[in-house]
Design a protein around this ligand. Structure first.
Ligand code: ATP
Ligand code: MG
Length: 385
């Protein structure tokens, strides 16, 4: 049987001249998300009508709830556009449901229906009340709400509004390169930028074989989860051990972390140039660890000229953890892993790095050569969703 889903998007509606571009991308992304299902999607007056066949509502629902740009959606019944049909269908659908109190909510997306929203609510509500006898109207806190939405010649009836992830369709903002570790923060930061429309290219630095294969696997799993939100992902695996050895041997101990981070950014910037990405993303969070003071973020960021987006900079840890749970990265991030930066970590890392001092320390490093050598050793993984 052919079924319908009515999809509402919010912010795209504000995009003026670009509206068409955003809507097309959203439709394309929904189709990617529902790849296995045979669906058609049509734009009707600022909403999307998805028509198709499926058995498992939960699976469709889960997939749609990962499509950025969707404000909410509903499994809806399409009925004839006259009051009698609306009354009869509402009653028929409600008869199959278990509830004691109900409300009818009508909304007209276009104004060509002869009755106003309030009149429709009264007419349909009264009819249901009289027909069912034992059910009460409760407008404040009903067990069930019968939504009637009229859009031109279409009339939809639905009962549940399922929240989408909001944001803007992924891919509408261009590309960013995100530095992803195995921790909690960087996967959440990447997700946040995806939610605003950016397509994320992932870069991970590892010290294999001094750090384990399991740690690499963990990052791959994190990217796999995130790939569901942008329908695939590219992961650059960058060997970092030689760079760390060079810094260990030739730079002051307390500056090691700042110097590691500057090298990471330089390599990420080189990848961004190759990928035509417009900026970098990190999971930095003000004050969380020694490398994340304002002084250190300044000294680290100065190594590159691309903008660095740090969507979590002002968040509390608890907020980050809660979002990690919601998007599905928490449990993987919680597993133990060996971070490349804990290798040769200084006993007393600098918390207020001075850019001049950092620049001086880098004069003793063979930066150009090791960057070039490292770029030649990068591995690229395509992660399917
Ligand atoms: P996370 O939870 O993301 O690991 P964190 O709070 O532990 O972050 P740091 O370990 O200081 O903070 O790292 C700061 C940021 O630097 C990370 O959020 C990430 O963007 C980047 N980063 C750190 N280590 C790596 C790595 N091995 N590969 C790629 N990026 C990294
Ligand atoms: Mg970390």
């Amino acid at each position: 049987m052919v079924k319908h889903i009515l999809i509402h998007y919010s912010e795209i509606g504000l995009k003026g001249g670009n509206r068409d571009f955003f809507e097309k991308k959203l439709i394309c992304n929904i189709q990617m998300a529902l790849g296995d299902f045979d669906v058609r999607i049509k734009n009707i007056f600022g909403r999307l009508l998805l028509t198709g066949e499926w058995q498992d509502e939960t699976e469709v629902s889960e997939k749609l709830s990962r499509v950025f740009g969707i404000a909410y959606f509903s499994f809806a019944y399409l009925v004839r556009s006259d009051l009698e049909s609306i009354k009869k269908e509402s009653l028929r659908l409600l008869k199959n449901r278990d509830f004691k109190t109900f409300a009818v909510r009508a909304r007209r997306g276009t104004k060509n229906f002869p009755l106003k929203s309030l009149e429709i609510e009264r007419e349909v509500g009264g009819y249901i009340f009289e027909s069912l006898g034992d059910k009460k109207v409760n407008l404040k806190n009903p067990d069930i709400t019968c939504h009637i939405e009229i859009v031109n010649d279409y009339v939809f009836i639905y009962f549940d509004k399922i929240k989408g992830p909001g944001g803007l369709p992924v891919g509408t903002a261009g590309k960013l390169v995100s530095l992803i570790s195995g921790g909690f923060d960087s996967p959440v930061a990447s997700w946040q930028m995806m939610r605003r429309g950016a397509e994320i290219i992932f870069v991970h630095f590892h010290s294999y074989p001094n750090t384990s294969k399991g740690s690499l696997e963990k990052v791959r799993e994190l990217v796999k989860i995130l790939s569901h939100y942008q329908f695939g992902a590219k992961l650059y695996l960058v060997p970092f051990l030689d760079i760390q050895k060079e810094i260990f041997a030739n730079a002051p101990e307390k500056l090691r972390i700042v110097l590691y981070r500057r090298m990471m950014l330089r390599l990420a910037e080189a990848i961004a140039q190759k990928e035509k990405a417009l900026g970098l993303v990190t999971g930095d969070n003000l004050g969380q660890v020694a490398s994340q003071t304002l002084e250190n973020m300044l000294a680290i960021g100065a190594a590159v000229s691309l903008p660095i987006y740090r969507p979590l900079v002002s968040w509390d840890k608890e907020e980050i953890i809660n979002l990690a749970k919601k998007i599905g990265t928490h449990d993987i991030s919680a597993e133990p892993f060996d971070d490349c930066c804990s290798l040769f970590a200084p006993r007393h890392p600098e918390t207020r790095a001075d850019l001049k001092e950092v620049g001086g320390a880098e004069k003793n490093l063979n930066i150009k050569e090791i960057v070039e050598k490292t770029i030649g050793e990068i591995e690229i993984r395509d992660i399917g969703y």
